[in-house]
Design a protein around this ligand. Structure first.
Ligand code: UT7
Length: 342
């Protein structure tokens, strides 16, 4: 008897056209192509025009249209929108509402989630549960970020600014009937999700203002002080990322009775090439099995995994029937992993 499960039926991505090379950053801050390449593996990132022409939901809508087209459904067939971002169009309402307006599908639920670099994995788990529960046939999930407008482009902010890029990646999560729901099944479906957070590190990667932990929501005297920009305890974040990402990937595999060798491709969150390499080393897999997009796009936070999936398909590295693991770590701290059969 077939079982109701969900699968990714469509995939899309969008990055703004402006490519910012490492060398270009040196006009604003004391940094170098050599430092950035050696410490992070990033060669370039895409940034949105620094004006009002592009918003986070504007990037998202293009990625979503691609995902809908690939899925072969119309926007009006979507039952729910989930929008993962740390760089919303506005403080409120949520970016999912802006996106819904742009897609022209009023009435359906529009949910923003805020799990930063782990946002896509959290979002995938929610989409999967709604579909598996029979509540929606199709859920549209997008991770989209315009970080460039929030970054401190002076030397003071160089530790963060060189890392981050803008972009969007979207998936349509659709109902599917699966005959064999075992972990070794070759049918395409989402197997499981494993989510974590530890708020005791909330201050180690944060963007405080605007927020109610300030005296007032958005104190004018903070601009241009440090709290008006994202801040990161980079070394600590690195240490936790290289521990938590392999750990949660193993948790996902163990929960399904699978081994590291069963995974065909890891499409993880992208923060630093050294994190990707340490991940491969910890699990004892060849670096070719850990898909990289960091050199081209930098860290696009909630968008890294769907962009990675789209790029992996384009590169011919992700094919039907493959077992894919997606691990993520980021601000919160939050971390998680999803396991899926492509
Ligand atoms: O998605 C989750 C979010 N983020 C992450 O996962 C990021 C995790 N952390 C990292 O990737 C790394 O810690 C960084 C790339 C942020 C930094 O690399 P690092 O090897 O840990 O460098 P560091 O912070 O120890 O800094 C080393 C030096 C410092 O100078 P001094 O104190 O040794 O003189 C920094 O001031 O490098 C300096 N530095 C830079 N120099 C040139 C920091 N950023 C830059 C820069 N260009 N952009």
């Amino acid at each position: 008897m077939p079982h109701l499960r969900s699968r990714i039926s469509g995939l899309g991505m969008c990055v703004p056209p402006w490519v910012v090379s490492n060398d270009e950053l040196t006009q604003w801050m004391d940094t170098s192509d050599e430092w950035i390449t050696q410490r992070t593996g990033i060669r370039q990132r895409h940034w949105a025009a620094q004006d009002t022409s592009t918003s986070t939901s504007g990037l998202a809508v293009d990625a979503c249209r691609d995902a809908l087209a690939q899925s072969g459904i119309a926007a009006t067939d979507v039952g729910m929108i989930i929008f993962a971002t740390l760089s919303p169009d506005a403080v409120f309402p949520g970016s999912a509402c802006f996106l819904q307006g742009k897609l022209g599908v009023p009435g359906i639920p529009a949910l923003d989630i805020r799990q930063q670099c782990t946002g896509f994995v959290y979002g995938l788990s929610i989409a999967d549960l709604y579909v598996r529960a029979g509540l929606h046939e199709h859920v549209l999930l997008v991770g989209s970020e315009i970080q460039s407008k929030a970054l401190d482009k002076s030397t003071r902010g160089r530790d963060m600014t060189v890392l981050f890029g803008d972009g969007a990646g979207a998936v349509v999560v659709s109902a599917t009937q699966v005959e064999d729901v075992s972990a070794r099944s070759k049918e395409s479906f989402l197997l499981s999700h494993h989510l974590h957070a530890d708020g005791s590190f909330a201050e180690d990667l944060l963007f405080r203002s605007p927020g109610t932990s300030n005296r007032i929501w958005n104190p004018p005297e903070l601009v241009p002080e440090r709290e008006a920009y994202p801040q990161m305890n980079g070394r600590l974040v690195f240490q936790h990322a290289v521990k938590r990402m392999p750990e949660v990937a193993l948790e996902a595999l163990e929960a399904n009775g699978l081994a590291v060798d069963d995974v065909d491709l890891f499409v993880n969150h992208q923060a630093n090439k050294r994190i990707n390499d340490k991940f491969a080393e910890s699990l004892g897999v060849s670096p070719e099995k850990v898909f990289d997009t960091i050199d081209l796009y930098g860290n696009t936070t909630a968008a890294t995994i769907p962009i990675g999936l789209a790029e992996a398909v384009k590169a011919g590295k992700l094919k039907p029937g493959m077992l894919v693991a997606c691990a993520a770590f980021g601000s919160g701290f939050t971390w998680g992993a999803s396991l899926l059969r492509w």
